[in-house]
Design a protein around this ligand. Structure first.
Ligand SMILES: *Cc1c(COP(=O)(O)O)cnc(C)c1O
Length: 237
């Protein structure tokens, strides 16, 4: 393994400081404590050596969106004690494998995934935290990813009665062509209904490099930040 360059360490350190600063300012603006908001650094497309540097800089939670890449990096970094968040579209035939290494699966959006995740968790002898990904696309639009809010109650009940999974909350991505503040305002309403049925599932993963402030305003407990920490992703995204 080539040793990490000192420049890369300093770049990550400076980027992390800037992101923590943005989180602190957004939290203060909404009278929330900054330590209520967890930073998940999205390391997709970046090498395991960067994950290792991030751990050295105090990062405890990392996110990945593609199964093969995530599985390999989690294995390579198994000694670091990180929490791995799976945040990508989940194919049914990969779900069991994801549940063997992911500590949190944030992208559960349909009931068919539930028994498969449960089987992977059981195989690995663990209980996996689950967030339900909810679509913020306006009604009538083709959903790219995420459950239609109307299907959320049934999906939540399904997860809640599965002993290998722990229902922890919701996750969402603001649609590309929408004002994130408006999209996240819809999310806040969806979350209020959800919490009425599942009051213990209080996590809310929302906000990326471009819109973390808007997400914190509506109560995000986790922000998922990639490019603002690691730089722009190599190649296509
Ligand atoms: C890539 C990705 C992120 C991070 O995006 P940035 O804009 O680079 O911060 C967050 N959430 C999901 C679901 C992603 O796929």
């Amino acid at each position: 393994m080539t040793p990490p360059s000192p420049e890369r360490v300093e770049e990550l350190r400076a980027n992390l400081a800037a992101v923590h600063e943005r989180i602190a300012r957004a939290a203060a603006d909404t009278r929330r404590a900054a330590d209520e908001i967890a930073l998940v650094v999205v390391t997709k497309f970046f090498p395991a050596s960067d994950v290792r540097l991030l751990a050295g800089l105090g990062i405890t939670d990392v996110g990945e969106n593609r199964h093969q890449e995530a599985e390999a990096k989690a294995a390579e970094c198994a000694d670091l004690g990180l929490r791995w968040h799976f945040i990508g579209g989940l194919q049914s035939n990969k779900a069991a494998a994801v549940a063997r290494y992911a500590d949190v699966v944030e992208s559960v959006d349909r009931p068919a995934l539930v028994p498969r995740l449960a089987r992977g968790a059981a195989d690995a002898g663990r209980v996996v935290d689950v967030l339900l990904q909810v679509s913020l696309d306006p009604p009538g639009r083709n959903h790219r990813a995420g459950a239609d809010p109307a299907t959320l109650p049934a999906l939540a009940d399904e997860v809640a009665r599965t002993p290998e999974l722990r229902l922890r909350g919701l996750m969402a991505v603001a649609p590309l062509d929408d004002d994130p503040a408006l999209a996240f305002a819809r999310l806040a309403g969806i979350r209020a209904d959800f919490l009425a049925r599942h009051p213990e599932a209080t996590l809310l993963s929302a906000g990326m490099s471009g819109d973390l402030e808007a997400a914190i305003t509506v109560g995000a407990t986790h922000v998922r930040i990639g490019s603002a920490v690691l730089g722009s992703r190599p190649g296509v995204q």
